[in-house]
Design a binder for this molecule. Sequence first.
Ligand code: NAG
Ligand code: NAG
Ligand code: NAG
Length: 507
Amino acid sequence: MGRNSLLLLLALLVAFCALSATTVGGGYVDQYEGGGGGGGDMEPEEGGGGEEGGDSPRGNSKFLLQDSTRVVRTDAGEMKVLRGGVHRFWRNPMHIGLITMEPNSLFIPQYLDSSLILFIRRGEARIGHIQSDELVERTLKTGDVYRIASGSAFYLVNNAEGQRLHVICSIDTSDNYGWQWNRQGFQSFFVGGGLNPTSVLSGFDHMTLSTAFNVSTNELREIFTSQHQGPIVHLSGSRAPGVWAKFLELKEHQRLAQLKRIVHLEEDSKQDDDEEEEKQPTWSIRKFLKSIIGDENRDRGDKRGKGPDAYNIYDMKPDFSNNYGWTKAVSEHDYSPLRHSDIGIFLVNLTAGSMLAPHINPRATEYGVVLSGSGTIQIVYPNGTLAMNARVSEGDAFWIPRYFPFCQIASRTGSFEFFGFSTSARNNRPQFLVGANSLLQNMAGPEFAAAFGVNEDRLRKIVDAQRESTILPSASVAPPDNKLEKAKRVLDNVIRSYGNDMIMGFD
Ligand SMILES: *[C@@H]1O[C@H](CO)[C@@H](O)[C@H](O)[C@H]1NC(C)=O
Ligand SMILES: *[C@@H]1O[C@H](CO)[C@@H](O)[C@H](O)[C@H]1NC(C)=O
Ligand SMILES: *[C@@H]1O[C@H](CO)[C@@H](O)[C@H](O)[C@H]1NC(C)=O
């Protein structure tokens, strides 16, 4: 880190200072759109096959997660996966999953090669999975976050009456050893199933299965060809009740008998198999199936098994709040299972027109999903050029590479709420670049004044002009256009100056 890096940082800071002083919701965006603004100068997207980096009507979208694949779609629900695309320099360690389930539906039992952190965005869910040798079953409500380890079989039920369930989840692919299974980037192993999805069991030789189940191959055929409704099924109602609904209607001891056979089969076959990879899943399946079947004397609370409860992000106090919004961060200290994934969670609510001040994540890459409202996201390259200035609204997802300076700005029309995951469970203390308590504020002194080539008083005056920290208000009066123009000129100047390795003054 030499003098140049320092200058670069300062150039960014000053640019942001100048801009934040004159920010106006839509107008701010407009200056980068059409007519050769900063955004128009961007290089075309590097690397990335399907990912679009060009300017679209809503702005440059380089860091939006636009590679969306619908991996499940049935009458009873759907699951979409958003990926960051392919990059020359890094592999995206995380995908974002969006699950929607109709009332009275079941996401049939499966295990994944990736660990999940679920966030119940709307509705209520019952989740069953295996953890530390035990079945854990929990009722999750809106705002809850909950982790499921890779290889651990789980099911998800929406049994709320008349209420759709919306879940946002992180799909952490760091456990899958770089398998590129398919376009969706991770692999589900369905424990149950038939024609669609295919059960992992149906891969076994028919005679083996028949022996293991102690039933005829004809009977087996029936089991493995009945389910055709896809991975999310209706549990009851007028629609055909699939195999799983029928299964769940069986008497407990019948379910036990049926599933025990499945479990034993898995175990037997594993003995001659290459054990390594699937050892844990098998173990999990056994535990898990026991749980679906239920012990004869299981208690029927909404909480079964040891292990941490879900953690509700709506119930927690904000880490920071002022008149312009609040931020919340869930770390491993709040919810210990995050430690295993090394993933943190955040939720931000900005009032109309406010801005989460320019900041960097020193330790984490960040993935966000817009929950409500609309706004813009700006990301800056290390060399001090604007990398993205995109308008986003509900349902859009974005990602921010580690170290890249960025800020989020709510549109003037209403509050802007976004939720996300960061790739560090430890307190990923973001460093704010602008505002009271910012890095610049704390470091401003003769050295920085010299670095900017202005005197200390001048620097102080600029740095102290913003009295708020972290979440900054919009400019109180919409500045006239010429002021915007001026702000843009300043930004351009500063960036250009940096290109020449010289920092110019502000005027
Ligand atoms: C297999 O099923 C038959 C009845 O169909 C029963 O007599 C026999 O004991 C069963 N064998 C095992 C190993 O469960
Ligand atoms: C976000 O803030 C707005 C007011 O600015 C409020 O109406 C809304 O309920 C807040 N959202 C959450 C989830 O608290
Ligand atoms: C800054 O870096 C980006 C990404 O590496 C590159 O596309 C762009 O051309 C660079 N801009 C300048 C002015 O060097």
